[in-house]
Write a protein that binds this ligand. Structure first.
Ligand code: GAL
Length: 382
């Protein structure tokens, strides 16, 4: 980590001298769709960042990493939020283009809809880096920086499998992310790979998806089959949708679908909503529930035994990788990548980062000792 920070600082210093004359005014978050950035100033924004929403703590983690890493690297800092709207996202991209960005780092609200915005960026000669979520169906994506999302789903599935142990007929409630997010498919794909053999051997019984039930004998699903299941159990990444879906699932469930249950929840925000619903059902005696993002509220839920696990996706690393890439691009070099992702239009060169499972047992080691959070932010830590 130390080495990485040092190389970033050096790279930042180089870029600063290359871009002599460019301002280094520190911009704060310009807010949803705001064009506030540099008005009235002669500073230039070389690297623009567009994130999906401020309403999910996950993206606030990324924002704060970008603000510090971009600042350290000598870039004028510009992070805009799309607030769940592809139209706002496009306006944000246009705002950044007007400010003369050379590199756009964008986490799409909707992976397909974002193609229009990034094509506009590409036409303006800007290099486009898709951040965390792949932008699909366009050639206008130059690079992709991502966590290993299939591994996230596998880790979630594996937690439920390990927790079920030798039990039989454990009711399995499936929930997924937004169908407009390619990651929702990758998470589900990873989870299915691990869960399906355990549905086949009678460990689990699918409790809330006739579409999953229809393909339960298939080890590998097509994108269309995954789409049908996701269409049925999607939370849209929205806490309220997750809550009402869980409520109606439990209302519809008969007694054999209660007792000790397993819940595949796609991320922390939806996990907390769904967990709260399962916790208040008098016929649910215990529930194991997954998550991801190590949002502070979920880390506390894990410590309190209200959420079983989460997945640590170290946003320090992802933001640093993107900024490293931007630095290489601005120096006229080809950024380092280690894999490719097919976005339905091209094989996008990608840099992928590993993930780590977090349970009550390793919160301290994974999140406190690594400096990601402060111990004082939580209660119940040993
Ligand atoms: C995914 C992202 C997750 C989660 C989710 C909801 O694309 O990889 O970490 O936050 O979106 O925003």
């Amino acid at each position: 980590m130390k080495k990485k920070v040092l190389s970033l600082l050096l790279a930042g210093a180089m870029v600063m001298s290359m871009l002599a004359g460019c301002g280094s005014t520190k911009q704060t978050d310009a807010g949803a769709g705001s064009a506030a950035a540099d008005k009235g100033s002669d500073s230039k924004v070389e690297v623009g960042v567009v994130l999906p929403t401020k309403d999910e703590p996950r993206w606030l983690q990324d924002q704060s990493q970008f603000e510090s890493i971009l600042g350290d690297a000598g870039f004028t800092n510009q992070v805009l939020f799309s607030q769940g709207s592809s139209a706002t996202e496009k306006t944000n991209v246009e705002t950044l283009l007007n400010q003369g960005i050379k590199v756009l780092i964008i986490c799409a609200q909707d992976g397909a809809a974002a193609s229009a915005a990034v094509e506009e960026a590409k036409d303006a000669g800007v290099t486009v880096i898709a951040y965390d979520r792949l932008i699909t169906g366009t050639d206008a994506v130059d690079y992709y920086v991502t966590f290993d999302s299939v591994a996230v789903g596998k880790a979630q599935g594996q937690y439920l499998v390990d927790n079920a142990g030798d039990k039989k007929d454990v009711p399995l409630y499936l929930y997924a992310g937004a169908a407009t997010d390619n990651n929702a498919f990758l998470f589900f794909q990873g989870a299915w790979e691990v869960l399906q053999p355990k549905i086949a051997d009678g460990t689990f019984v699918i409790a809330n998806s006739s579409e999953a039930e229809a393909v339960k004998d298939k080890a590998e699903l097509t994108r269309e089959e995954e789409g049908k299941i996701i269409g049925q159990v999607s939370t849209d990444w929205d806490f309220n949708v997750a809550k009402s879906k869980a409520e109606s699932n439990l209302t519809a469930a008969n007694e054999s679908m209660k007792g000790d249950v397993a819940v595949l929840a796609p991320n922390d925000g939806t996990s907390r909503s769904i967990a709260d619903v399962f916790a208040t059902d008098k016929d649910v005696t215990s529930y194991a529930i997954t998550g991801q993002d190590t949002e502070k509220a979920s880390v506390q839920y894990v410590l309190d035994g209200k959420q079983s696990m989460t997945v640590f996706k170290d946003t320090r690393k992802l933001a640093a990788d993107s900024v490293d890439m931007a630095v290489s691009i601005l120096k006229g070099e080809t950024p380092k990548t280690d894999t490719t992702y097919d976005n339905d239009s091209k094989e996008v060169p990608a840099k992928q980062t590993d993930i780590q499972v977090v349970t009550k047992d390793n919160v301290k080691e994974a999140l406190i000792d690594s400096g990601y959070y402060e111990a004082s932010e939580f209660t119940g830590l040993e």
